[in-house]
Design a protein around this ligand. Structure first.
Ligand code: URA
Length: 274
């Protein structure tokens, strides 16, 4: 690079910057972009990345090292349908639940016993969002009724609330067989329901339980609880905290203290237990 004429160096720098800007454009979290931005994220990302590659192509050898491809964005979910306006505008929460019960949008429809829509109070202080139904939930059609649910009930109690005063839901409404983690296709198919649900439930505060809920709600496949917890985020004007999933707390004692710290953030904001 040192031996190149100044003009070439400048061109290289401009092309590299242009590439970076193109890639950055594709990084804007789609979730908080207006409904008008409805081109599927994958398409936008591929196009942006291709444009960036083109801009950088003539100078690739001279620019060292070139901007790295943004792997996470390229794998991002297609959350283009996640504006707060939804296609069930004329349906209330009960009708939305019936719609979910008929859903055939992904392969999980073929293996579920029941859909698990969610339950609780409208306009609750807290809406908890987990990953997806397990075996017990699939049998009963209700969220968090197995061992993780018993711990969640205790966590809610420690916050000086009761389960009935909260709303409890999951990212996916059908059980992945063998309690597998829902994949991107399951989440993409189910997320419009969750968005419509949140809009109707109107929680004062949202608590995301575990990485799957964080990945979905932040539209970040690389989201990890450790990096997002311990902080109050704003999500579509709703304060939101990310914490460990109760199933993780059952496996790993060490998560209990940080989880309690996270819940205390919620309590402080809501003036609970004081
Ligand atoms: N785990 C979840 O994420 N949700 C449930 O409903 C039950 C277990």
């Amino acid at each position: 690079m040192k031996d190149l004429p100044f003009e070439v160096q400048l061109n290289n720098a401009v092309a590299a910057l242009r590439h970076l800007l193109e890639v950055q454009k594709t990084q804007t979290p789609l979730l908080i972009r207006p409904a008008a931005v409805n081109r599927p994220l994958r398409q936008q990302v591929q196009k942006g990345a291709a444009a960036g590659r083109q801009a950088a192509a003539p100078v690739r050898q001279a620019v060292a090292p070139g901007p790295r491809p943004v792997q996470n964005e390229i794998q991002a979910f297609n959350l283009a349908s996640l504006s707060l306006g939804d296609r069930w505008n004329n349906l209330d929460l009960g009708e939305l639940e019936k719609e979910v019960a008929k859903c055939q949008a992904c392969e999980l429809a073929g293996t579920r016993t029941n859909t698990v829509f969610g339950e609780g109070k409208i306009k609750p202080k807290v809406m908890f969002i987990g990953e997806g139904p397990g075996g017990e939930e699939d049998k009963e059609g209700r969220p968090f009724v197995g061992p993780a649910g018993q711990l969640l009930d205790k966590m809610i109690g420690a916050m000086t609330l009761s389960r009935q005063e909260c709303y409890i839901a999951n990212v996916v409404k059908c059980r992945p067989p063998g309690n597998k983690t829902p994949d991107a296709a399951h989440m993409e198919a189910c997320l419009p329901y969750l968005m419509a649900q949140i809009k109707r439930v109107q929680p004062e505060f949202i608590v995301l339980l575990g990485a799957v809920a964080a990945k979905a709600m932040f539209n970040r496949p690389d989201a990890v609880v450790g990096r997002l917890r311990a902080k109050v985020h704003q999500w579509h004007d709703i304060p939101l905290v990310v914490t460990y999933h109760p199933a993780a707390l059952l496996r790993e004692q060490g998560y209990k203290r940080p989880a309690w710290e996270d819940l205390k953030l919620v309590m402080a904001r809501l003036n609970l237990g004081g």
